[in-house]
Write a protein that binds this ligand. Sequence first.
Ligand SMILES: Nc1nc2c(ncn2[C@@H]2O[C@H](COP(=O)(O)OP(=O)(O)OP(=O)(O)O)[C@@H](O)[C@H]2O)c(=O)[nH]1
Length: 347
Amino acid sequence: MGNHAKIPVTVLTGFLGSGKTTLVNRILTADHRHRIAVIENEFGDIPIDNALVLSGDEEIIEMSNGCCLCCTARTDLIDILRRLLERQDRFDRVLIETSGMADPNPVAQTFFVDEEVAANFELDGIVTMVDALHVDAHIDEVADNGVGAHVTDQIAFADRVILNKTDLVSPSKADSVAERIRRVNSTADIIRSSYADVDVADVLGIGAFTGAGRNAEDPDRMDGGTHLHDPTLVSVELEIEDDVDLAAVESWVAGLLRDRDEDVYRIKGLLSLVGDPRRFVLQGIHSMFEITPGTPWGGDRRSTRVVLIGRNLDREELSRDLRSCAAGVAAFGDPASCGAPSATGTL
Ligand SMILES: Nc1nc2c(ncn2[C@@H]2O[C@H](COP(=O)(O)OP(=O)(O)OP(=O)(O)O)[C@@H](O)[C@H]2O)c(=O)[nH]1
């Protein structure tokens, strides 16, 4: 595989009415100097702009600020991504807006499953928009209609949360909502906004774990908190100083995702591999994962950090497993046994 840079893709999720379209509108019309292809994953329910008429054969519309808009039903996502490749010179990154009720999983998994897509695009991050006024009620809802579970899952998945509609709540209410979000997801940055007035670079340039992204201001960040409100939905952050062995990590993650894919929602990490000057980025969603090279460590302190989000995760056991991947200790090392597809062919 070549060394060309892959096109970063951000997946935008959030419950109905949380402000996703408002954000997309801003991206498509504001003068921010980023060239972004926006994909509306489910097209139709609320038009982006009343003045914008989509004719049947017009699938990619150029906007005056250099962005472009594509509309697609979920099944056509791969199709539209392929078509975008033909216009690669016109944009630098992609944003996919998922429908409010949609599970972001299948969308995110596209970037691991389809070979051509995986070779040209990479998942930069998952951004979840939260309605500061209503999210409490949704999290509280018993999941019998699936809604509460959806909102909680969307938050659990996020690399970054935008707490929107802060104009509708008091600062102390916004604080308590941020605290609730923090209990579901202890590692995502939380950015507050009103009418999605966020810095576009904060939303799109996450570079989750590559070390290349800007760090958003995040007063709500806590270090390493692991206990969440729902005792079964946990976020576990592991870190070891030692360099790790790639085959051992692959074998561990593959086994974990194979046996526990219902429980492990998301795994992400930065790996320090023995003998390699680069950071390696681990990204996984349910049963799929990949490990790809990132930026060099340079003078930064090297360590291996892995975050797992899911249900019924045993911190001690996972920590032990990670430690056994340390170079020289590795007891695994049979990558052929990996059950999950891995993109380590790009190494
Ligand atoms: N007061 C207030 N209203 C907002 C804010 N952001 C968005 N809205 C309004 O909330 C409504 C829903 O916003 P949308 O951007 O359409 O939300 P969405 O997430 O795209 O909604 P769906 O397409 O239904 O999933 C619109 O009337 C917006 O104008 C905000 O920060 N404050």
